[in-house]
Structure formats: C-alpha cells, structure tokens
Design a protein around this ligand. Sequence first.
Ligand code: NAP
Length: 414
Amino acid sequence: MAINKELYERYKAMKAAKLAAMEEKENPDSSKSVVENSTTLSGSSSESSGFRALSSGGVQETSHSENSGWTNTYYQQKTEEYHGNVGNAPTVNNVSESDVGGELPYSAINYGTILPKKEEPVENNIEQKIIESPIKKFALIGYPLGHSLSGYIHLAGFESLGIDATYEILETPPQELVDRIKYLKTNGYSGFNVTIPLKLPVSMFLDEVDEGANTVDAVNTVVINPKTKELKGYNTDISGFSAAIPKDVNLSGKVAGVLGTGGAARAAIVALARSQMKEIKLFTRNVLNCKELLEYLRKNFKNTEFNAYQIDRIRDLSDINILINATPIGMQGYAAGMTPVEERELQTLPEGAIVYDVIYNPKKTLLIQLAQKNNYRTVTGLDMLIWQAVEAQKIWTGRVPDFKDMKIAALENL
Ligand code: NAP
C-alpha cells in the first residue's frame, strides 16, 4: 500500500512535538542542555589494533595540591555494588565444563512483535544484510540487566522501519556466556547487543571484529550470519557518543577530560581523538594502569596529546572544553546521587564548557544537575544510548530507524 506522504509528515511532526514537550518537561531551561542531534564527528584515524596489543611508554601525572574538603563525591561515600570491570565478576576464562553444562535458566523477556508499517531507504555502506524471514529475533546479553531500556528503544526503532521483530533481554552471567552464544546461533537470532560485563569476553566467540570494536577492545553489537552462523562484532558506542554531541560544537583543537578508562571511556576517547582534539586528559584511579592505553593512543592518534591523571586529585579543570564522565559514579543502583567531580572543581571549567555524562539512568545525574546549575551545556547518556541503538539497527537491517520514536520509548519507560 502506498504511503500517504502528507499523513506521514504530520505523524513525524506530531512525534517531534511530543518529544519536545517531554524534553521541555525534563529540562525547562533547554538553552543550557543539549537534546537530540544527528552530528557524527569525523576525522582521520590510523588505529589498527586493540588496546591490549601495546608496548611500553611514558605516563604523565599532574602535581595537584592535596587540599580536600570533598563532600558529595563518590570517593568518600561508596555505598552500592557495581557490576562493571571494577567488581569481582568471573570471566569466561574461569568457565569449566561443569559450569556450562545443562539448560540455562534464561530469564528472557519477550517484548512482542511489531507489524510492518512503512518503508525507509536502504543505506549503501552496510557490510552484511539479514536474509528475510517472517520475524527477526534480536536480544541483549549482559549481567545484570534489570534496568535495561534496550528492549523498548529497539522495538520502537524496528516499528519505525516496519520491521517485524522481537528483542529479548537475556540475562547472561559470564560463566554462562558460552552456552548463551550457542543458544543465539542455533535459535534463529539475527543479531544481539552486548553489555557489561561481556563486552570484552564476547570477542572470544566472534569470527570477525570491525575496526572500531577492535580499537576500543569492546563489542556491543553482533550480527549473526543467517547462513554460516558466523558472528561479527561491532562497537556502536563510538558513533553513538559522537552523534549525541550538538552540531554546533567543534572539538577540533580543543581539550577534553575523560573520567574513567573502561569500555565507555575508550569509545569516547576514540570518538574524541577522531575529531582532532588537541589534548585528551584521562582521569583514572590508577595512572600506572593506563600505561598501555596511553602508549596505544599516542601511537595511533598522532595529532592528539594524551596524558593521565589521578581522578581523586582533580582540582583545576580550567583548560578543559568538554568533560566526560565515563565512570559509573552517579548511576542508579551503584552510586546514585554522587558525583565524580565536586561542584567546587566543576566550577573551574571555563565558560561555554560542555559536561557530558554517559550515564543514562537517572536521566539527570548529580553531575549533570550541577553542570546545569552552573550554566554549562550538558549532554546526557540517554542520547548516546539511543544513537548507539540507531547505529546497531543500521548494521542489522541496512536501514536508519527513527531516533525520535526511540527516544520517546526510552523516556516513557525510564
Ligand atoms: P567499565 O568498563 O566497567 O568502566 C568503568 C570505568 O570507570 C572503570 O574502568 C574505572 O576506570 C572507572 N571507575 C569505576 N568505578 C570507579 C570508582 N569507584 N571511582 C572512580 N572511577 C571508577 O564500564 P563501562 O561499560 O565503561 O560503563 C561505565 C558507565 O557508562 C556505566 O554507568 C554505563 O551504564 C555507562 N554506559 C553508557 C552508555 C550509553 O550508551 N549511554 C554506553 C556504555 C556505558 P579506571 O579503572 O581508569 O579508574
């Protein structure tokens, strides 16, 4: 049936108005915050291998003064458990035959199927297309997955494309990863997303990894070849991070501060380095542990300077144009209500600086609230989450889903 273009335009306008109203409610002073954007930062890069394949090199550290008086930062008030790479979660290296035998107690949530609706143009640069079948099956694996919005976001995206699909939330502790992969390959899935703590371990089961995933040593999107059942991994956090930055921001020649050095941080660093930043400062709990990472970055992004600093010694951010929180500090269920940088230090950022928190739950972390209070522009992790899902659907389907529909679904379910 032909699509009525006028009705379709009205439908789009209605969605845009609905999203604008939701965002206005979220953030009445919208001039201080950043909402949707479709920019993808560009720039040359010569990265070729993962962060692990590194050699020795120098590490720099600042000589901040030790004056303290911190009150609401994470470092004095850790209360909740985090399941990222800082915990003691087992890795697949520890898996034994007996650990993985038998049926898994899958706690899958099936969000249902979507009826076909409308057609979108096909992208040219997609490497792999899924062979048509009545219902496409997708999933998210990771552990724990209690707070995940991915099902709502992806189903809204598939619906915007008129693709009949399911998206299941499959909690997968690391010791069950091997069986989970087997399950996905043999049960008709077209692809899946991967989240903590499996973004690195999953690479052991992949037949191929794209350049971005290889560069950041983390895979968050996998395509299952319908014929051969071979797996190819991608990292859509890199482009998702970039796409959430407002169009009018030019980072070339500027200085970034990135808090944390985990998967999200590395995706952010690569995205920032590709946009030709003058310097990227890494703030970490252990500068010495960053040696290989710095060495890799210096080797592969020669136009950008990289230095590492102790995160707990942040005092002066006056030379930083964009500050990124890529730690879980402030995240619901881990250190909610805490900030990785206290207000006093945040206030040292120059006028016009951007504060970008990759955390998406809560929508406004304490860091984002403090930044808005002090008139800095902000970017939230929710936009990054949606853009990385848009990118995943482009890889899976060769088509571009509707960002607004996906964001509305996220806001309705957050
Ligand atoms: P990760 O790989 O576990 O890395 C987290 C990093 O944060 C660690 O490497 C560590 O860096 C730092 N960190 C952890 N605990 C800390 C603490 N107590 N104090 C100071 N630094 C600490 O996790 P991730 O996958 O990067 O995720 C990090 C956050 O980003 C999570 O909240 C996640 O939900 C969010 N995320 C959002 C998106 C999105 O689309 N919006 C995508 C991915 C992740 P050092 O070891 O260098 O200290």
